[in-house]
Write a protein that binds this ligand. Structure first.
Ligand code: COA
Length: 703
């Protein structure tokens, strides 16, 4: 990371505003006004060709006329003159350009953007934007933007790809009571991208957690690597998850690999916490900016109302943190702070009689107890209690417990007095939410962070050189035929080269050859049409199974050929595949896409109706280590079927995990050549008996 240049962008000691203006309503006016009004302590150099003074500051005709060094230049002149401005700034030794101007790649002028980036490279000057709102930093009182104000001060920092969203969030930080130190608009990401800013914020002492609003990443793999290394929690809201998957796909996997699935998998691998919407982004940011991760899964819920306690208990189960009964000693002690009819199990119900003291004593004890990994405190507004005093008792109990490595979240359910009490709690570093569900969701996210970070993802992988060489030869010969897909027989040869167990499959070009091969393979057999022009063989009537004898081979050969010709008269038919009839097993599907953002990405799920109707599949960006493969097998909804449901023997999940790993090596090794693959179905047998890939599909990259 080019830390010095990025310091220039995000913590500049001096800024020039190119296009500074005395005309209210112009962005060049607003930026200078914001810098002055919000109390920026560094030097401000307005640049304007005709005005000698702007908003009371001495202005200069160009940056080259400024007698001092400039860290950042905020650009607010029309796009067509930005390249010339960049050149002047480069010559002047400016460290970074904050290009607010629109009218670049987002509207068809990538050429202008490229020119600015090239100039930046030439001079070692970093470019933020273009097409951004600017950057804001509370700790430096730096509002280098046309956003309305510095955000409510806090410890989180936000990077947003959408300028409009950043502006909207900026003002909302005050009403939502979620504080930020920095708001960084990243726009077209012509040069500085998410990964760069995350790396920089990771070292920023004023940032405790990083929130992201992402529309689309450019280099997904670098993002995963940088996010994984980040010492600070990252929460992401990704938009645009619905349209992407609509692109036409030639494989099953391709049709299922929509943006939501692939980004979701990548975020998990990156150890990033996902937010479903803006509310979620705020709520989770509030929790992560003030509270540590929850290290274990012993969650204790304390309440004065049975109803909210049960609601919170339901939420805990829903969010993967089911409650356990508190240990005996905890129950015995808590019993002392509640009436006879209270409950000390978990949720701990102090009852509606609970006042300041009971809250204080029980919170302090429960939070301090070694069993508790995280605490949710609930309160329903009653006539006999004062919400503000309850809030103060909770906060004092937390402080007095003197525990720094576990989280607490709070929910007050009530009216204005409860809202005021929650605001007070938030101001004192305790996340507080208007519904028990949200308090539990926040603590569950703090727990998920620990789970995600327990597994380290690495992009290291070992190529299988021998398999690669053999596969590239098969692919080259298909390309020589002018094809952009492999036949099933070719695809299986590639799979086999990578150590996958495939059904023995041979090509028969004539009826006689079919009979001879059938005898060699051994009855019963399966016969399938082999034609690069018929990808969906069953639809074409090109598959016959369970052929038991020679007569059956003759009959099937004639029928399949006739069906294929009827399906597509012009089809180039290579012959008919004769393959062993694999015994019945549990059907699963594996497949891959070469995702535009993340590269080779693998899918796994249960086959047949499960994939067709329920889409019960999961994704990972390759390479996939064995523990991740095990995780994939365990996280699909149909996992119990593989584990041996309803008295059936467990399936060979070890063989399955090994196959997933080999598959991932294959798609990485061949990533320059293949775009989509399917192994569908793969039949998985009982433990120790392995599996068989029964059908294979491999679509090549168009060259
Ligand atoms: N150096 C310095 N200043 C210069 C200049 C130069 N070489 N050439 C012109 N200027 C001055 C202009 O004279 C003007 O100042 P003035 O008001 O004193 O005349 C100022 O720069 C701005 O130029 P102007 O031509 O008036 O542009 P504008 O203010 O109408 O628009 C942008 C400029 C950058 C705001 C506009 O092009 C734009 O991109 N708007 C969209 C920005 C946006 O929304 N970004 C975020 C997206 S999320």
């Amino acid at each position: 990371m080019d830390k010095k240049a990025l310091n220039g962008l995000f913590r500049p000691k001096s800024v020039a505003v190119i296009g500074a203006s005395n005309t209210p309503g112009k962005i060049g006016f607003s930026v200078v006004d914001n810098l002055i009004r919000d109390g920026y302590k560094g030097k401000i150099f307005p640049i304007n060709p005709t005005s000698p003074e702007i908003l009371g500051l001495k202005a200069y005709p160009s940056v080259s006329d400024v007698p001092e060094a400039i860290d950042a230049a905020i650009v607010t002149v029309p796009a067509k003159i930005v390249p010339a401005m960049a050149e002047e700034c480069g010559k002047k030794g400016v460290k970074g350009l904050i290009v607010i101007t629109s009218g670049f790649s987002e509207s068809g002028r990538k050429d202008l953007e490229d020119e600015v980036v090239a100039t930046g490279k030439k001079y070692g000057m970093r470019i933020l934007g273009p097409n951004i709102v600017g950057t804001l930093s509370n700790s430096d009182k730096f509002n280098g933007s046309f956003a309305p104000c510095l955000p409510l001060a806090g410890k989180a920092s936000l990077i947003s790809q959408s300028g409009a969203l950043l502006i909207a969030l900026d003002a909302a930080t005050y009403t939502r009571k979620v504080g930020f130190d920095k708001l960084i608009s990243i726009g077209n990401m012509s040069d500085v991208d998410f990964a760069d800013v995350i790396e920089w914020l990771d070292d920023d002492e004023d940032t405790s957690c990083i929130s992201l609003y992402i529309e689309g990443l450019k280099n997904g793999r670098r993002f995963i690597e940088v996010a994984q290394k980040s010492k600070k929690p990252i929460i992401v809201l990704k938009s645009g998850v619905s349209a992407h998957g609509a692109a036409a796909a030639a494989s099953h996997t391709g049709s299922l690999a929509g943006a939501a699935k692939v980004y979701g998998a990548a975020f998990r691998q990156a150890g990033v916490i996902q937010a479903a919407d803006l509310n979620d982004l705020f709520n989770r940011t509030q929790a992560f900016s003030e509270q540590p991760a929850m290290k274990g899964d012993n969650l204790l819920i304390l309440t004065n109302g049975g109803g909210v306690g049960v609601l919170a208990t339901d939420s805990a189960e829903r969010y993967g943190l089911p409650l356990k009964f508190a240990p005996e000693d905890v129950q015995t002690e808590l019993k002392k702070h509640m009436p006879e009819f209270g409950s000390a199990k978990n949720p701990v119900d102090l009852t509606g009689m609970a006042g300041n003291e009971w809250y204080y004593d029980s919170v302090k004890y429960a939070f301090g107890h070694k069993w508790t990994d995280g605490l949710v405190v609930l309160y329903c507004e009653t006539a006999v209690t004062n919400p503000m005093e309850i809030a103060q008792s909770i906060q004092k109990a937390i402080v007095d417990a003197n525990i720094k490595n576990k989280p607490v979240t709070v929910s007050f359910v009530g009216g204005e007095r409860s809202d005021a009490a929650m605001s007070w709690l938030v101001e004192h570093g305790i996340p507080a939410y208007g519904a028990p569900d949200l308090a539990v969701d926040a603590i569950a996210a703090l727990h998920e962070y620990t789970v995600l970070h327990a597994k380290k993802h690495t992009f290291d992988f070992t190529s299988d050189a021998k398999a690669r060489k053999a596969s590239l030869e098969i692919i080259a010969s298909a390309r020589k035929d002018g094809r952009d897909s492999l036949t099933e027989i070719e695809a299986k040869k590639v799979f086999k080269a990578y150590g996958l167990s495939v059904t023995d499959t041979q090509l028969a070009k004539s009826e006689d050859e079919a009979v001879a091969l059938a005898k060699k393979v051994g009855f019963p057999i399966v016969m399938k049409i082999v034609s690069p022009d018929i990808l969906h063989k069953s639809d074409a009537g090109g598959v016959k199974v369970n052929i038991k004898d020679e007569a059956g081979v003759h009959a099937a050969f004639i029928t399949i050929m006739a069906n294929a010709k009827a399906y597509k008269a012009s089809a180039n038919i290579h012959g008919i595949a004769i393959q062993e009839m694999a015994p019945m097993g549990t059907e699963v599907i594996m497949g891959s896409v070469n995702d535009a953002t993340f590269g080779p990405t693998m899918m796994f799920g249960l086959g047949g109706i499960f994939v067709e109707v329920l889409k019960d599949v999961t994704f990972r960006v390759a390479p996939i280590a064995e523990d991740q493969a095990v995780e994939m097998i365990g996280e699909i909804r149909g996992a119990p079927i593989l584990a041996g449901a309803r008295g059936e023997a467990p399936r060979d999940r070890k063989a399955l995990a090994e196959t997933i790993c080999k598959y991932s090596t294959m798609i990485l090794d061949l990533q320059d050549e293949i775009s989509e693959t399917d192994a569908n179905p793969v039949l998985v047998y009982e433990d120790g008996k392995g599996l068989k890939v029964v059908d294979a599909r491999m679509i090549l990259k168009k060259k």
